[in-house]
Write a protein that binds this ligand. Structure first.
Ligand code: SF4
Length: 596
């Protein structure tokens, strides 16, 4: 069937969205999605910013009325779909939709832990007790964002290893279980990639495990991020702080000596870590000693919840020591040590997991292709390109009219920063490759005192009080997951081409493996990933058809190296200059154009 009418007929989208513009690219995209979902064909669509991708898949989903899971990477997209887009499609189809959201466990209130760790010490937590009395009657209690500190949040929520499941006396009123039941009875479930990936990997381990009921279709929006998220779940991630917390939370059943020794061991271990990624094997001995000691002190105690939690933590911990090809590392920081096993290839696991979750998946994002094809993305998820129907939606914005590219050859980058900070009228976004570089640039620009400077670690970009002429400086968080629409962004500065740090332990092992397979680690891995990261950064600038702005790339390898053309291709047709005056003039007015 054709679904064009929903985009063209006055009875549908044109009547419910003010200023709706009929676009061929959106209709083609939506038809592609309908055809492939309908025939249960795995499919992939690259849909640039402004193509209206959420409505393009929600309309086919509504038309078919099948059980569908929509998985996103960011909370912002999840809430946009729930609070806006679903309402739009419900109104044009003229019916209610049974839709449910399911977030990670740590978003929901845990009665068991509340009564054990807060209510029993209520004089220390009067505000939490007061809040609980206020929300007590809610069918599902979610933890409000930014209200409680980390210590309270840990006490009133339960991770998988802490949840007692069917042994819990509160399971019938449990918020997470209620949210899960709602999701499993819903026609459309909105969830996130972390939960979906965790569910898929659980299903690969046991046919009875998992959270989400089978769906006809799963739509992975912001699908580009799956290649990095999924391997984390296909492997294991043991936060040693959970062992330490188990000790703290059960202090009353431990002897003072047991408690003091376990606490001291954890503190000493923390001191032995740098706040950077290190080899697990370099710390294996002390980690094993600590884990063994925690097991020993609980071995003669009668505490079912602690025993259960310990068993689940130990099961995960054992996965670290297997012989599956992968990287075993520790990431430490902020009082935690995460011991991780990340497999070098998670594609086979993904294929198996997806079969257990749905009849067919759709992958959609603005940044899936690289170097003219989808090979990199599909191979990482275990697919061959000819197994998946693909579609690349035409660009919506006229990059040639709306944007300009400045590449500064041979200029000191801090001089360029100063000039742009001084003369760009509107917000500026700076994307860096490292936290250290972000701090250096932020310090330099703050000292100039030209306009307010904000680092990604310091602000919530949705804060409406942020000034429109701010300079926002960040790394991957700003490059990929943050929407700067309505921030009057006029310039995106890319400090360096976004190649990853080749000294990273995962990167090193992964590229070694690619070499062993007879492929080229740079061309088959490092370069495609950098081009995707570059596209993500570029995509921050123009969010609406009337936007206009400047991309400044302060790395002349984009012109001088053979691979520079793959980055330039993402801005095909855009006018380029090396003259900073000309670039600044463009942002204010139209100017003479030079072909790329
Ligand atoms: S079932 Fe699990 S999450 Fe729910 S209240 Fe009990 S322990 Fe907490």
């Amino acid at each position: 069937m054709t679904i064009q009418k929903y985009f063209t007929d006055q009875a549908y989208l044109p009547s419910v969205i003010k200023g709706f513009r009929e676009r061929e690219t959106q209709i083609e995209l939506s038809q592609f999605i309908y055809d492939n979902l309908e025939s249960f064909n795995p499919a992939l669509a690259e849909a640039p910013t402004g193509s209206g991708k959420t409505l393009s898949y929600l309309i086919p989903v509504m038309e078919m009325g099948r059980r569908t899971i929509i998985s996103t990477k960011t909370k912002q997209l999840m809430s946009q779909i729930l609070n806006k887009d679903i309402k739009t499609v419900a109104s044009i189809f003229g019916r209610d939709i049974n839709v449910a959201a399911l977030k990670g466990r740590r978003n929901y209130f845990c009665h068991y832990r509340y009564y054990k760790l807060i209510y029993s010490n209520q004089s220390y937590f009067p505000d939490v007790v007061e809040w609980f009395e206020y929300v007590f009657d809610n069918e599902i209690i979610e933890i409000p964002q930014g209200v409680f500190g980390y210590d309270v949040w840990e006490r009133i929520t339960a991770d998988g290893h802490q949840c007692m499941g069917s042994k819990c006396e509160f399971q019938s009123v449990c918020s997470f279980y209620r949210a899960k039941d709602n999701a499993n009875n819903a026609e459309i479930v909105i969830t996130n990639h972390h939960l979906t990936a965790g569910d898929m990997t659980m299903k690969t381990e046991s046919e009875f495990a998992g959270i989400l009921e089978f769906a006809d279709n799963v739509i992975f929006d912001e699908a580009h991020s799956l290649v990095d998220i999924y391997p984390l779940f296909a492997g294991t991630d043991v936060n040693l702080r959970w062992y330490s917390n188990l000790v703290k939370e059960n202090r009353d059943i431990l002897s003072p000596k047991e408690f003091a020794t376990a606490t001291a061991m954890y503190t000493m271990m923390l001191e032995n870590f740098n706040e950077a990624r290190e080899q697990y094997h370099d710390h294996e001995e002390e980690i094993c000693k600590f884990v063994d000691f925690v097991n020993l002190i609980f071995s003669d105690k009668d505490a079912e919840d602690a025993e259960d939690a310990l068993k689940k933590l130990n099961d995960n911990y054992k996965k670290l020591t297997g012989d599956v090809e992968g990287v075993r590392v520790c990431d430490a920081g902020g009082g935690t040590i995460n011991a991780k096993f990340i497999p070098l290839t998670a594609g086979d696991n993904f294929r198996e997991g997806i079969k257990k979750l749905c009849a067919s998946p759709l992958f959609i994002s603005a940044t899936l292709s690289t170097m003219g094809n989808f090979n990199y993305f599909l191979q990482e998820l275990g697919f061959e390109e000819d197994e998946v129907a693909t579609h690349r939606a035409k660009p919506v914005f006229n990059y040639r009219e709306s944007g300009y590219l400045l590449v500064t050859e041979g200029k000191e980058s801090f001089d360029v920063y100063e000039r742009l900070a001084h003369d760009i009228d509107g917000g500026i976004l700076v994307i860096c490759n490292s936290i250290r570089r972000m701090n250096d640039i932020a310090e330099y620009l703050s000292d100039l005192n030209i306009r307010p400077v904000f680092k990604q670690t310091e602000i919530d970009i949705t804060d409406e009080d942020l000034p429109e002429n701010g300079i926002f400086i960040g790394c991957a968080v700003f490059r990929e997951g943050v929407d700067f629409a309505h921030r009057n962004l006029r310039c995106v500065i890319i400090d360096k081409l976004p190649f990853e740090y080749i000294g990273d332990l995962f990167y090193k092992e992964k590229t070694e493996k690619i070499k062993r397979e007879g492929k080229d680690p740079f061309k088959d891995y490092g370069l495609p990933r950098a081009v995707i990261f570059f596209k993500q950064a570029i995509g921050r600038l123009l969010r609406h058809e009337d936007d206009k702005g400047l991309w400044a790339v302060l790395d002349d390898r984009i012109l001088t190296k053979y691979y520079g053309r793959y980055f330039r291709d993402t801005l095909k047709g855009v006018n380029r200059t090396g003259n900073i005056n000309e670039a600044i003039r463009f942002v204010s007015t139209e100017t003479k154009k030079v072909d790329l």
